[in-house]
Design a protein around this ligand. Structure first.
Ligand code: NDP
Length: 437
């Protein structure tokens, strides 16, 4: 805390990892002697810059942009860009730190980074969003490149924003390269990228349940969020015969006891994704659903819970409520959605728990596949990519289960410890090979 004052989210992320990695370091003293964990907790560099733009009324606006280049031991820096008023150094450092382990777990050659700005896209016109993206890229372009740092989308940054930023990069550098992922299909994007995080999280859940002799079919699922990750998690749950019954946004949650259909989810995609509307309006569009203002969905009884909105959206009390109501498994679609105390309660109660680093790695994995396709100047088909995503999630599950049996809570597969240790080992070995740098 002395070293990083005023960065609570970053402390939270590092403490969670350290608690599970320390027993592993005791058994592998070389990592400890070489201060690998300490080195991993210090970003290679943090870039911070002014983003100046003009709104539709002609007012000059000033925001702050950032890029945290965390670790490039196993590949170019890689991680999303977030536009949200809550963005600050602490949030981006926590996300970039987590990204180190996640990207390593995918088995693909990707280092870790994260970026963004304290810009609120809500209520902005398309022209304002375009001007903001262009101004943001006018500084960012000098720090990134297909072999240097490859950003992607995150909260508030979808295909439209990536398009504006890619256009500006190309215009400034006169270079067409795979410098961003999540691009449109016409200019180097990959099929399956949009769905990959939500679908991948459900595949991971499926693998955990299978290892415990269970199946998602017939289970009731509570999902939070209504953005890219949440709707695709709900969609895959539905396709596999589960019954997802909730979605949420920053104003509250909707509960549809009958469960979502494809038609209902298509409406949410259009309404939240393109029109940036409120989830409460779902109740006007479909009968039988209720809106719960200012609340989160964790009080709704379920077998599966998937937090897919944002960090720290599931606390210890809410974890206890879910356990009391008989929850069997959790898969984190968002990054660090569960507080450390909440995670402890789930593990104490023997609930199957898939941490974000592993469960939501499907998005960055398909981004890695987008980079491969861009390098080779080819595009793979949908079946091939879907199969690769499914296989990658199965492999991540295998890596986590391997370490999660020997470390962490006894008598269960501790996927939290497993993900941290498996992710750590590969990056640590790379760093050891480079000597003292
Ligand atoms: P979107 O912007 O598409 O959606 C975000 C959703 O979360 C919206 O429903 C939003 O509600 C809600 N939300 C955001 N901030 C808050 C808040 N402070 N309190 C309550 N609700 C909030 O983002 P994504 O779906 O892409 O990302 C969701 C999570 O998944 C994030 O943690 C992200 O880092 C993580 N993730 C995303 C990946 C991807 O591929 N997109 C990859 C891996 C992880 P509202 O509309 O009201 O703001």
């Amino acid at each position: 805390e002395k070293r990083n004052p005023g960065e609570p989210e970053f402390h939270q992320a590092v403490m969670e990892v350290a608690a599970t990695i320390i027993p592993f370091l005791e058994n592998n003293p070389r990592y400890k002697e070489m201060m690998i964990l300490e080195r991993m907790a210090e970003p290679d560099r943090v870039i911070s810059f002014r983003v100046c733009w003009e709104d539709d009324e002609g007012n000059i606006r000033v925001n702050r942009g950032h890029r945290v280049q965390m670790n490039n031991a196993i590949g170019p820096y890689k991680g999303g860009i977030r536009f949200h008023p809550s963005v600050n150094t602490s949030v981006l450092k926590f996300l970039a730190f987590e990204q180190t382990f996640k990207n390593s777990l995918t088995g693909l050659p990707m280092g870790a980074g994260k970026g963004g700005a304290n810009f609120n896209p809500k209520g902005k016109s398309l022209n304002e969003i375009m001007r903001f993206c262009q101004s943001f890229m006018t500084e960012l372009y000098r720090h990134i490149g297909a072999n240097i740092d490859v950003p992607a989308g995150d909260i508030g940054v979808g295909a439209r924003e990536i398009g504006y930023m890619f256009g500006q990069f190309k215009r400034i550098t006169n270079s067409f390269e795979g410098v961003l992922t999540g691009k449109g299909l016409e200019f180097g994007g990959s099929l399956v990228r949009t769905e990959a995080t939500g679908y991948g999280a459900v595949y991971f859940l499926q693998n955990m349940l299978k290892a415990a002799g269970k199946d998602v079919e017939g289970m009731t699922a509570v999902v939070s969020g209504s953005g890219n990750v949440a709707v695709h998690a709900a969609e895959k749950l539905m396709q596999l015969g589960a019954r997802p019954v909730t979605l949420s946004d920053s104003q509250g949650f909707i509960h549809d006891p009958e469960g979502f259909t494809q038609e209902k989810l298509n409406w949410v995609k259009e309404h939240k994704g393109h029109r940036r509307g409120r989830i409460s309006e779902y109740c006007d569009a479909f009968t039988g659903a209720t809106f719960h203002e200012g609340a989160r969905p964790w009080s709704v009884p379920c077998d599966i819970a998937m937090p897919c909105a944002t960090q720290n959206e599931l606390n210890e009390e809410e974890a206890k409520t879910l356990i009391k109501n008989g929850v069997k498994a959790i898969a984190e679609g968002a990054n660090m959605p569960t507080s450390n105390e909440g995670v402890e309660r789930f593990l104490d109660a023997g609930v199957i728990f898939g941490p974000a680093k592993a469960a939501n790695a499907g998005g960055v994995a398909v981004s890695g596949l987008e980079m491969s396709q861009n390098s080779a100047r080819i595009s793979w088909g949908i079946d091939q990519l879907q199969e690769q995503l499914r296989q990658i999630m199965e492999d991540i599950h295998g890596r986590c289960a391997h370490y999660g049996k020997d470390y962490g809570r006894e008598g269960m597969t501790d996927y939290v410890a497993g993900a941290n240790i498996a992710g750590f080992a590969k990056v640590a070995d790379g760093m050891l090979a480079f000597g003292v740098v």
